[in-house]
Design a protein around this ligand. Sequence first.
Ligand SMILES: [Fe+2]
Ligand SMILES: [Fe+2]
Length: 163
Amino acid sequence: MKIASPQELFMRMLSETNSAEKQITRALPKMARAADDPKLVEAFEHHLEETQGQLERIEQAADSIPDIRIKRLKSHAMESLIQEGEELVDATEKGPLRDAGLIAAAQKVEHFEIATYGTLCELAEQLGHTKAKEILAETLKEEKSTDDKLSKLAKQDINKKAG
Ligand SMILES: [Fe+2]
Ligand SMILES: [Fe+2]
């Protein structure tokens, strides 16, 4: 179906994001199991909990706008990012080197999500969907702080151990 309005574009992006978050919800427990450093395991487990809340926020954002519903479609970008991460895990033994790879893969996901939610917030604002914008901005904050946390973990010790 052709996209004919900013509202439809917003809906499509929100539906794609719903798929992306569902996929990462399934991937994060595997990433936690694959990680070695307890702080990294904890970071993945914590972000899994946040991500479950983020999925609820997507529903809330959609519910705050009349006449829209989340569509079933697949985020191919997230599928590929997760696949790359899985290939990295397969190519490494459990330990600091794999942890460094897992952080890199996870940060790609977070950056993708930061870009996605940044656009969604901007579109929601332009469309006058103030409530949806506020809801999605909460998630944007969580994605940014997850990215920061991963950066710190990488700098603090994991990459040093890997080197
Ligand atoms: Fe997310
Ligand atoms: Fe995230």
